[in-house]
Design a protein. Structure first.
Length: 117
C-alpha cells in the first residue's frame, strides 16, 4: 500500500450512538442510530430494532462515495449484531433500494393498532 493512499476506517462509537468514518484518522462522517425497539418486544432472543437516523459526511469530503462506504459498513455491522434496521435517514433508504442485499435487515413498519376490524 502506498503511503499517500487514503485509509478509511469505520468504527461503532456506542457512547455516542453512531458509526464513525475516519479517513487517515480524521473524523469525516457519521451514521447516527437509536434503539427504537418497542418495550414489549425487548428480551432474550428478540432482535433489537435500531433506527438509522442520519448520515453526515463533512462537506469537504462529499461526492467521493464515502457515505456509501460508511452506510455499507454500518449495515454489515448491524447484521453482525443481529439488529433489524429502521432507515429513517433518506440516504440509508436510497442505499438499501440500490443494494437489495440489505433489504432483509429492514424492520417492517409497525401496523396501525388503532384501526378497527
Amino acid at each position: 500500500m502506498f503511503a499517500d493512499t487514503p485509509r478509511a476506517d469505520v468504527t461503532d462509537n456506542t457512547d455516542q450512538n453512531r458509526f464513525e468514518l475516519r479517513l487517515n484518522g480524521d473524523l469525516v462522517g457519521i451514521v447516527g442510530y437509536y434503539d427504537t425497539t418497542p418495550a414489549g418486544r425487548r428480551g432474550p432472543g428478540a432482535a433489537p430494532i435500531v433506527s438509522f437516523m442520519h448520515t453526515v459526511v463533512v462537506e469537504d469530503f462529499g461526492h467521493r462515495g464515502l457515505a456509501a462506504v460508511l452506510v455499507r459498513d454500518a449495515l454489515d455491522r448491524a447484521r453482525g449484531y443481529g439488529w433489524r434496521v429502521r432507515p429513517v435517514c433518506t440516504y440509508v433508504q436510497r442505499f438499501v433500494v440500490a443494494h437489495p442485499e440489505y433489504r432483509d435487515l429492514m424492520a417492517p413498519l409497525e401496523a396501525d393498532t388503532t384501526a378497527s376490524n
